[in-house]
Design a protein around this ligand. Structure first.
Ligand code: ACO
Length: 196
C-alpha cells in the first residue's frame, strides 16, 4: 500500500476524499499555511498513486499527476484511504474521472459529437487489495457523487481487468466500436434514441 513520510489522517477525515484542480481534499478547512502544507502533501499522494497505477497498467508514463490535475478544468480524483493502518495510514486506491467533448460512433455507425461525456480516466487499487471489493466501493461512491450510471460512462483505454470489472459488477459486455481510445457500451445512446 502507499505509505507516506507524513500522517495522512488530517488529509483523510473521511475514508474517501475527492480532489480537484486546487489540489485540496474537498473536506479541507484551514488558513493559508495549512493550505500550502495540504496541497504539497496531496500532490505527493496523487503523484505516487498515479505512478503506481501506471506501473500496474504497464504504461511508461502516468496518466495522473498533480500537475495535470492542477491544469485541468473538469477532472476529479477520488482517493480511498485506510487511516487505521500503521502509524501514518495508507492510501489504497485512486479513481480519476472527468467530462470530455468526444466524437463518437453510435450503434448505427453514425458520428455524433457528445459534449460533457462522463469519462473514466484512471482507476487503480493497490495490488495487495485488488479483487476484494474496494474498486466497486470507490466506483459506486463516484457514481453517486457525480450522478452517473455505468452504461453512460466512456472509458479511456480500459485494461482487461477493468473490462472484467464492468462485466462482473454491471453486466456490461457489448461495446460500440469507436475510432478513438474510448470504450462505450451498448445502451450509451439509448436515452437520446427514445427521445427521438
Ligand atoms: N484479472 C481479471 N479480472 C480482474 C482482476 C484480475 N487480476 N482484478 C480485478 N478484476 C475484475 C474482475 O471482474 C473481478 O471479479 P472476480 O474477482 O470475481 O473475477 C473484479 O474486477 C473485482 O472487483 P473489485 O474487487 O471491486 O475490484 P478491484 O478492487 O480489484 O478494482 C481495478 C478493480 C481498479 C481494475 C483493479 O483491479 C486494478 O487496480 N487493476 C490494475 C490497474 C488497472 O488495470 N486499472 C484500470 C486501468 S484502465 C483505466 O483506468 C481507464
Amino acid at each position: 500500500m502507499a505509505e507516506f513520510r507524513f500522517d495522512i489522517k488530517p488529509l483523510f477525515p473521511l475514508e474517501i476524499i475527492k480532489v480537484t484542480s486546487n489540489l485540496l481534499p474537498h473536506t479541507f478547512r484551514g488558513d493559508r499555511r495549512q493550505c500550502l502544507d495540504a496541497t504539497s502533501k496531496m500532490s505527493e499522494v496523487i503523484d505516487r498513486l498515479g505512478q503506481l497505477s501506471a506501473v500496474s497498467q504497464g504504461l511508461n508514463k502516468p496518466v495522473t499527476t498533480a500537475q495535470r490535475l492542477r491544469m485541468s478544468e473538469n477532472q476529479t480524483i477520488y482517493l480511498l484511504s485506510d487511516t487505521s493502518y500503521g502509524a501514518n495510514g495508507v492510501v489504497m486506491g485512486l479513481l480519476k474521472v472527468g467530462t470530455k467533448d468526444l466524437y463518437l460512433f453510435d450503434e448505427q455507425g453514425r458520428t455524433r459529437k457528445v459534449e460533457q461525456t462522463p469519462s473514466i480516466l484512471d482507476f487503480y487499487i493497490h495490488e495487495s487489495r485488488q479483487r476484494g471489493g474496494l474498486g466497486k466501493h470507490l466506483f459506486e461512491y463516484m457514481l453517486t457523487d457525480q450522478n452517473w450510471t455505468p452504461v453512460k460512462c466512456s472509458i479511456d483505454r480500459p485494461s482487461e481487468k477493468l473490462l472484467n470489472f464492468f462485466k462482473k459488477h454491471y453486466g456490461l459486455v457489448r461495446t460500440i466500436p469507436q475510432a478513438n481510445n474510448f470504450v462505450l457500451y451498448e445502451g450509451f445512446f439509448d436515452e437520446e434514441a427514445s427521445m427521438g
